[in-house]
Design a protein around this ligand. Structure first.
Ligand code: NAD
Length: 514
């Protein structure tokens, strides 16, 4: 069945129907129309899947897809045009140019956390580049997946764009097909599966993965603004955002004040009881609830007798697998993804300062720590005085828990970051130019935000992607167009006069002098 789907897609591509720029523009216009005409349906689907507030769906999913589709639509003819390149004197007379050609039949595999944005934005880039596309939404956002599967054939060319629904089994079948490019967004464990499968056909991949994105704060920052922005970036979508600040490294002079101000910002945003706020989301499923509960200080949430033993068994197995997949092995020494450590870059045990009176390595709960398993509600939680060996520092949190570690100074923070896998994003709240420059020059991350989390995600003009353990390749705007294109080099030389005679054998002495 999946073989047939792939064969149809490939033959649609080979028929040439996806290449004309008019076809690409029509598809992108139709994609925008689909979003505009079904805005309420998307809001409803995301509400069921993630309890995502309507405003968040509109601002962080629908508008971003529409913007991306418009941006690439209006520029694709320029990007697809021939680019003349100068040729060396020895080859004259001759001309050379590059031209972007579509890769062919491509696969886009999307995750559940922004299930519209992360499916349809790469789709827009792939269509702009003139590909036939197979889209595989996440089965965990089941209602959104269903809606996408229903709408796409109504709006987009059904011969050249298909949606395959399902989970690991269906994705595994898709991965056996010789696609011309695979674009995957999700966790590291499945990223490895995707890359191995792609290697069988030498298929190029883009991997948009995750990781623990750090956030450094020093005393030159305005702590109130920093607190609000960090709280916004962290607790949007209940912390289930790939570029959310995962943890904070704050210098001793500001750490406690920052922790308390973040708690104040949470109350400003979601009220005294975030549970009753319409602006605060829910955790995707029981498995992730249990995983997150396991990251809180011991004894914070009593373990519960579950209603169905089956649910719990599945949760436990799932959580264990998840841990295996995402565990970042963030011990003090760099793992296989870590950079080579310079002598002065190795972490010193005194880089993270212990907080008097905080004995649990997970830290002290400043706010939150409350959950309702049945409602999949997990309160926005701030931890203060967390130590690097705590469970919450060993894996990407991907939920509404924010540990604050007290770091000795900027050098210690840079060392801390450099002895861990390269993150998808890093954030620095500092108004000291030298500190910002130090992070820009001495650390590596998919993106770097000064005084601004998440901002880079919102522009089609900025490439979006990871580095090292947080992924490879990028998309959005031109970067997305290039990802889904092959940049072909073309050269031409007139046959007469045959100036190449000077390089033909036999290589006489005169030719060697030349
Ligand atoms: P997920 O569980 O939705 O999985 C992603 C996709 O992989 C889904 O389509 C799923 O069906 C498929 N899949 C699952 N198991 C599979 C298997 N065994 N074989 C083949 N395919 C399989 O998403 P997730 O992994 O829970 O996503 C969370 C992770 O994604 C986090 O690490 C997060 O940081 C990262 N993420 C990254 C970005 C980014 O843009 N870089 C965006 C969102 C999420």
């Amino acid at each position: 069945m999946i073989d047939t789907t792939f064969a149809q897609l490939r033959s649609a591509y080979e028929s040439g129907r996806t290449r004309p720029l008019t076809w690409r523009r029509e598809q992108l216009d139709a994609l925008r129309r689909m979003i505009a005409e079904h805005r309420e349906d998307f809001i409803a689907a995301l509400m069921v899947d993630l309890d995502k507030p309507a405003a968040e769906t509109v601002l962080m999913e629908l508008n971003l897809v529409a913007d991306e589709a418009r941006f690439v639509r209006n520029r694709l003819s320029r990007w697809a045009a021939r680019r003349p390149k100068p040729m060396p004197a020895a080859l004259q007379p001759a001309a050379g140019w590059t031209v972007a050609e579509p890769k062919g039949a491509v696969l886009v595999i999307a995750p559940w956390n922004y299930p519209v944005l992360l499916a349809l934005a790469p789709l827009a880039d792939a269509l702009a580049a003139g590909n036939a596309v197979c889209l595989k939404p996440s089965e965990l956002a089941a209602n959104t997946s269903r809606l996408i599967a229903e709408l796409v054939p109504q709006y987009l060319d059904p011969e050249a764009v298909c949606v395959v629904e399902g989970g690991a089994k269906e994705t595994g079948e898709l991965l056996k097909q010789p696609f011309d490019h695979i674009f995957y967004t999700g966790g590291e464990r499945v990223g490895t599966i995707v890359m191995k499968a792609a290697a069988e056909h030498l298929t190029p991949v883009t991997l948009e993965l995750g990781g623990k994105s750090p956030c450094f704060v020093d005393r030159t920052a305005d702590i109130n603004v920093a607190a609000r922005r960090i709280a916004w970036g962290k607790f949007a979508n209940a912390g289930q955002t790939c570029v959310a600040p995962d943890y904070v490294l704050a210098t001793p002079d500001v750490a406690e004040k920052l922790a308390k101000r973040i708690a104040v910002a949470i109350t400003e945003f979601f009220g005294e009881n975030p549970r009753s706020s319409h602006d605060y989301g829910r955790i995707i499923n029981n498995r992730h609830m249990e995983r997150l509960i396991g990251l809180l200080p011991a004894g914070t949430v009593p373990s519960e007798t579950p209603s169905s033993p089956l649910v719990v068994a599945a949760s436990a197995v799932g959580a264990a697998m998840d841990m295996m997949g995402r565990r970042i092995n963030a011990g003090v020494v760099a793992n296989r993804h870590g950079r080579g450590i310079d002598a002065d870059d190795s972490e010193s045990t005194s880089d993270i300062v212990p907080v008097p009176g905080v004995s649990d390595p997970t830290g002290r709960i400043i706010c939150g720590g409350k959950v309702d398993r049945e409602a999949r509600y997990f309160a926005p939680t701030v931890l203060y005085g967390t130590q690097p060996d705590a469970a919450v520092m060993q894996e990407e949190i991907f939920g509404p828990i924010l540990p604050i570690l007290v770091v000795r100074d900027v050098d210690a923070a840079i060392r801390f970051m450099n002895t861990r896998p390269k993150p998808l994003a890093a954030y620095v709240f500092s108004n000291d130019h030298a500190v910002r420059l130090a992070f820009e020059r001495r650390t590596s991350s998919g993106a770097l935000g000064f005084n601004l989390p998440l901002g880079h995600l919102l522009s089609s003009r900025l490439p979006f992607g990871g580095v090292g353990a947080s992924g490879m390749g990028a998309y959005h705007g031109k970067a997305g167009f290039d990802t889904f294109s092959h940049i072909k080099t073309v050269v031409v030389k007139p046959q007469f006069p045959d100036t190449l005679r000077v390089v033909y054998p036999p290589f006489t002495e005169a030719k060697q002098r030349f």
